[in-house]
Ligand binder design. Structure first.
Ligand code: FES
Length: 131
């Protein structure tokens, strides 16, 4: 195993521990400790961390992967954010982008809490825009 592979192995081990313990990951410290490229590490963590963040029931994740954007998620993103900005802060919902929800065949996809909303199920959008 190369020195770089060993460094990544140590990093991944600490990353897994932080996910299990729900403690924040000190990326910069770990990059320095294991001599890793911080941009590469941040890109890696950002990509995979989304799988481990629990959404609250009303939180939304809008897929901004290329397939979903091509099928209309940019417009959906704009509609949701425009509606959200018009609400009082207490009733605003959390909306965040996602790289890919792994349902590209059913694009455009979004996630509402733990439920994936696909092209077969777009009523959720009207419901949220009405509230
Ligand atoms: S690009 Fe949206 S689910 Fe993959």
């Amino acid at each position: 195993m190369s020195q770089s592979e060993v460094a990544w192995w140590h990093f991944l081990s600490e990353w897994a521990d932080s996910l299990q313990s729900k403690q924040p990951l000190k990326i910069d410290e770990l990059c320095e400790k294991y001599s890793l490229d911080s941009n590469q590490v941040k890109e890696f963590v950002d990509y995979f961390e989304e799988d481990h963040i629990d959404l609250r029931p009303n939180d939304l994740e809008v897929c901004m992967g290329s397939t979903c954007r091509a099928k209309g998620n940019e417009a959906i993103w704009d509609q949701l954010n425009k509606a959200n900005n018009g609400r009082v802060p207490e009733s605003q919902i959390v909306i965040r982008p996602s790289l890919c929800l792994s349902e590209c065949d059913r694009a455009p996809c979004s996630k509402e809490g733990s439920k994936i909303r696909t092209n077969e199920d777009q009523n959720w959008l009207n419901r949220i825009l009405r509230v």
